[in-house]
Design a protein around this ligand. Structure first.
Ligand code: ATP
Ligand code: MG
Length: 449
């Protein structure tokens, strides 16, 4: 049985008919698709184009899970998409796609692409989101590539995707699910399998190795043995992946609610320490931080990126703070700050963290030295809680308390003091913490063609 599927998934099987599930044969219902995405799908369809829901949303809806976002693929060219939607903008350079803007959401619409573009463009996934200024400069000038080479058929578009379960299409014209790669069978059996030769696909884009394990954990799937074996062979390549894409993948993991288990899978596969050599995560405490983060995500509290990343440094920092405290409880601030900088700086550089992220992490961690005892003066609480980094300090303080690194009574003392100020539930300023993400320069760029 495996062999049949492998044949279907081979990129050379270009003219094999796809497997199609008609409306009654699957559980994906229009009612589960966001209203914005439906609007875009229908307008494309009514204008005579193919309009498919693609990627993670189809996978998740077929599994009865709630998708994170709804991506669309079409045979309309970016300029045509642009003309159809006044509220849209073309982004990216090589593989241009359009963002259709709504008040509270962005729907990404991509033109079907041909395979296999990856060797020159692993950064083209999540166009516009993750390249840092440095990398952009490094990749310019871009190799000119005729448009006709870039765009492809739906079958080609399915085959250039990473895993079979990520390559299913939902066709708005007749509500069918279209499968060019054996994804339906893999969804049913709960298997993550690369499309095509796994070694080749990981050499094209090593980040796929991390993604394979991440999906397996998140969906409760197993990884197809040939895919596992290819990861064993290619693990060292992860060190060469773009740092901004690795950081993006790490944040996805931290926000997923399964960070501890994903980390464990990455670590066992030899990927974690190669991808993030400067993150201290070998002590038990650090792994427990991930469990604390998972518990908070499960409880529905969103955490700032600076808190998620700062968590890696928390146990080590608190140990340093003890070392830098004298017998009278006085902290040598200058010395402690210097040591804090020294543990964060290598990661900040190798992971391309923004100055804002760095600022929030430094100050968020450092502020904990002022919060190791319940507050004794209201003024102190007012002063600290007004700082831009306080929400990060507060989240890190929560991690420390749950880890038993700060007494529960201290946490409660601060909670009460903040409640008196009406700040107990202060949300993190996402605008600011968002800025730690690599800058979105591409979006602002005008299309060159
Ligand atoms: P999530 O639930 O995490 O959003 P997703 O499957 O939607 O999962 P995205 O990272 O949003 O994942 O990517 C959308 C789709 O783009 C994927 O489902 C896959 O088809 C394709 N894709 C993303 N990254 C890659 C990659 N590195 N190589 C090949 N295809 C990719
Ligand atoms: Mg997605």
């Amino acid at each position: 049985m495996n062999e049949t599927i492998a044949t279907i998934a081979t990129p050379t099987a270009e003219d094999l008919a796809p497997r199609v599930l008609t409306r009654p044969q699957h559980r994906l219902s229009r009612g589960d698709v966001s209203a914005h995405a439906l609007k875009v799908l229908y307008r494309l369809h009514r204008s005579g184009y193919l309009a498919y829901l693609v990627g993670g949303s189809v996978r998740d809806l077929l599994l009865g899970r709630r998708p994170k976002d709804f991506d669309i693929a079409t045979n309309a060219r970016p300029q045509e998409i642009r003309r159809l939607f006044r509220n849209s903008r073309i982004i990216g350079r090589r593989f241009r796609l359009a963002h259709v803007f709504f008040r509270d959401a962005i729907v990404e619409v991509a033109t079907f692409r041909a395979s296999p573009e990856a060797p020159e463009s692993p950064n083209d996934w999540h166009e516009g989101e993750e390249e840092t200024a440095e990398e952009e400069t490094a990749t310019e000038p871009l190799p000119a590539r005729p448009e006709e080479d870039v765009y492809g058929t739906p079958a080609e578009d399915a085959r250039r995707r990473d895993f079979t379960v990520n390559a299913l299409f939902y066709n708005i014209a007749d509500y069918t699910v279209i499968d060019h790669v054996g994804g339906i069978a893999d969804l049913e059996r709960g298997v993550i399998r690369t499309i095509g030769d796994p070694d080749q696909r990981f050499i094209e884009d090593p980040v796929r190795m991390m993604r394979a394990l991440e999906y397996a954990v998140r969906l409760g799937f197993s990884v197809d043995p040939p895919t596992v074996e290819a990861i064993e062979r290619q693990q060292a390549l992860i060190a060469e992946a773009s740092s901004s894409r690795l950081t993006y993948e790490l944040l996805e993991c931290l926000r997923s609610g399964s960070a501890a288990r994903i980390h464990e899978a990455w670590r066992r596969a030899g990927l974690f320490s190669r991808a993030f050599p400067d993150l201290p995560l070998d002590t038990d405490d650090s792994v427990q931080v991930l469990e604390v983060i998972d518990a908070q995500i499960a409880a529905g509290s969103p955490l700032a990126d600076a808190s998620l990343l700062g968590g890696f440094f928390l146990p080590r920092f608190l140990a340093l703070a003890v070392e830098e405290t004298d017998g009278n409880g006085r902290v040598n601030n200058a010395q402690l700050l210097a040591r804090l900088r020294a543990i964060i700086a290598p990661a900040a550089t190798s992971m391309h963290l923004s100055n804002q992220a760095l600022h929030l992490m430094h100050q968020g961690l450092f502020t904990l030295t002022k919060m190791v005892r319940p507050p004794d003066r209201g003024r102190q609480v007012v002063r600290i809680s007004r700082q831009d980094y306080f929400p990060v300090a507060w989240e890190l303080h929560g991690f420390a308390a749950r880890l038993g690194l700060i007494p529960a009574a201290t946490r409660q003392g601060w909670e009460r003091a903040l409640q008196r100020l009406g700040k107990g539930e202060q949300p993190v300023d996402e605008e600011r913490s968002e800025r730690r993400r690599p800058r979105r320069r591409r979006r602002r760029r005008r299309p060159t063609a």
